[in-house]
Write a protein that binds this ligand. Sequence first.
Ligand code: ARG
Length: 582
Amino acid sequence: MSIIKDLEKDIKTIVEKSGYQVENLILQPSGRRDLGQFQLNDAMNLARVYKKSPRVIAEDIVKELEKDNRFTNLNIAGPGFINITLTDEYLGSLLTKIYEDKSLNIDKKEKKTVVLDYGGANVAKALHVGHLRSANIGEALKRLARTLGYEVIGDAHLGDYGRPLGLVILEIKKRYPNLAYFDENYTGDYSDIDLPITNQDLEEIYPYASTKSKEDEKYLEEAREITFKVQNHERGYYDLWKRVVEISKADIKQVYDMLNVDFDLWLGESDAAEYIEELTKIYEEKNVLKESEGALIVEVKEEEDTSPMPPLLFKRSNGTISYETTDLATILQRKKEINPDEIWYCVDARQELHFDQVFRAARKVKLVDDKVKLEFIGFGTMNGTDGKPFKTRDGGVMSLKDLISLVEEETKKRINPDTVEEEKRESVAKTVAIATLKYADLLPFRGTDYIFDPEKFSDLDGKTGPYLLYSTIRIKSLLEKGTHIKIGEITKFKTETEKDIALTILRLPIILNKALDSKSLNDITEYIYKLTSLYNKFYAENKILTEEDPKLQKSWLTLSKIVYDINIMLLNILAIKVPEKM
Ligand code: ARG
């Protein structure tokens, strides 16, 4: 149990000794630091239960608290708010404990197995800005949940089974009609075939084919037929598709690497295909499939619905499998292969209806146990400074690689040429660019849209990735310069700033749990900024390395080490790497 929880428990016991029972005692950080460090608001509620004035109850509690020499400056404000301050000695001892054992500043959750569906890149299409948030938020949630004791299996769930695949294969066929893949009489091994297509070609082929299909009905029909062939594993077409997936996957991996994102499973929609037959059987047996204009649908509307809830499209009239059905088949697959307690989907908020339909259809036939939680973790859009979805200068969709380069142009300008050797500058600029993007992306509550301004977010000052990196590197350098000083104990404070740092450190477990409960990283990004700014204030106010009081110096360096370790841990959760120097 964390130190802060332990302290709450102790205070709860003291309150009980004074004659009152509280269900769930919470030590609030005080808004009025001149009155106390913590505030206890329970007297108001107790007044109702015990039919006494809150003031009298507060006085009873304070009397009991006063017997405990860990507390000081106990006072009652307003109708009965109890203000509590910890003695310097006690506060210091708590921090020393955290220095000795980091696990005392964390509250693990009950163990659970979670499949986290994030990333969601589409094969044969360049990763674009729309995929950034899923990668960033998903990766950080995975790391956070693991830190808190969950077993999390991250799955990229590649989009490799829909219409785009038909379009790409069709366009390849038009350009290279003589490829053996299209030769019905070919009986050899396809892996020997020289495929004249690179990932760069694919990035051009898909948009071309997509535009063409919108203007040319016949072309679209041909693409549909090919999609059907691939989905039915027709020799040649299916084999070509697999090759395309491999080419594309290698490139996708490279971009995810740049973002420090990695998956345990690289499965795609197509991997769930082998479950479609079984899935269909389940739906048939439960009698929930309905025919509608040649297609098969599942009604998912419920009486209480106030907004439209269209039926789920299970199978199109042309026989191709829908996005909804691959998601249902994937649930079945995950249940059979992993049997998780929860499945989380970190996907654009605009897909909420889709997941509503899928979850309802899954519940309808009990595809998973009722107690298995299916959770949609939707996120808002990243907009440009014009308030519209981030675009290239000519209005096109910006690829992730281009976005990263664009930010790198900004961060390059801010690398200090005196500290970073020339040959390392580019790689440092890259690391800082990723930090810039990620921190900005994780700063707002995940559900809200936000504006990404590359210049503002790469600033070395303010709520930015570079500010945090810079500050963290500076603490490290201080610790390195002070290695001759023995650290390990906090016995003294000089100013309120240091105590604020100490109190902020104690709140870490609450922040981590809150972030996981809301499945959003904003509490963590705000917290690390707060801790770092407090620390920088302290750093500016004092000359740590030349301090003459050995006890104070030791306390300061120990505090610095705790802050440094927390920053590193949190940046790691956010999947932000720290360069050596910048
Ligand atoms: N590939 C999809 C897209 O780009 C996202 C996949 C999300 N995950 C899922 N299980 N449907 O829109």
